[in-house]
Design a protein around this ligand. Structure first.
Ligand SMILES: [Zn+2]
Length: 185
């Protein structure tokens, strides 16, 4: 049987089905994980718990992380984190999700997140806080933001010219909250 991997905040079960065991908590009728690990169901005692994964690189406030945009909502961007920058080296992180709330995107006023981030963009962000229900990141510093973006029309990487991103394939332009470290200049 393949063990189901979970991260903090993930839904495990309803309260009717199970009681929360180790590393699990109840929120509005749902049992959720407070740790990174694998799900353990005990049908005899009707408990569901999470066995913590060992050797996971702990994430803390202020860490620089890299992730891919998975979803752009009206109020936040969902990132799938891949690596964390620690001790001046990039370490692989157990894949996890983070939320980038609209108020933490930029020092400038942001009206529409969909104009600044697109699914598949690679983003450099900083951990803003780590809570049992999830991780929030911020990009409101010049070196934070999109470091690689792809054309919405032809999916080729966009190149940065001054303050504008342009596709060399089809000439389309794309707006982003890009980082000063944008990869293709
Ligand atoms: Zn293009």
């Amino acid at each position: 049987m393949v063990k189901k991997r979970v991260i903090p905040g993930d839904f495990l079960s309803t309260e009717e089905e199970f009681e929360p065991g180790q590393n699990a908590f109840i929120e509005e009728g749902s049992i959720r994980s407070d740790s990174i690990g694998t799900v353990v169901e005990n049908t005899e005692h009707r408990t569901i718990s999470v066995e913590k994964t060992k050797n996971v690189i702990p994430i803390k406030k202020g860490d620089i992380v890299f992730g891919e945009v998975g979803l752009v909502r009206d109020s936040s961007v969902i990132l799938y984190l891949s690596t964390v920058e620690a001790d001046h080296t990039k370490k692989v992180l157990s894949v996890t999700r983070a939320s980038l709330p609209i108020r933490m995107v930029s020092r400038d006023y942001v009206k529409h997140l969909k104009e600044l981030f697109k699914i598949g963009d690679l983003v450099k962000a900083k951990i803003a806080f780590v809570a049992p229900y999830g991780i929030d990141v911020r990009t409101d510093e010049p070196e934070l933001g999109v470091i690689r973006a792809f054309c919405a029309k032809c999916r080729k990487p966009l190149q940065l010219f001054g303050s504008q991103l342009k596709c060399l394939g089809c000439g389309d332009t794309g707006g982003r909250k890009f980082s000063t470290e944008y990869s293709l200049k």
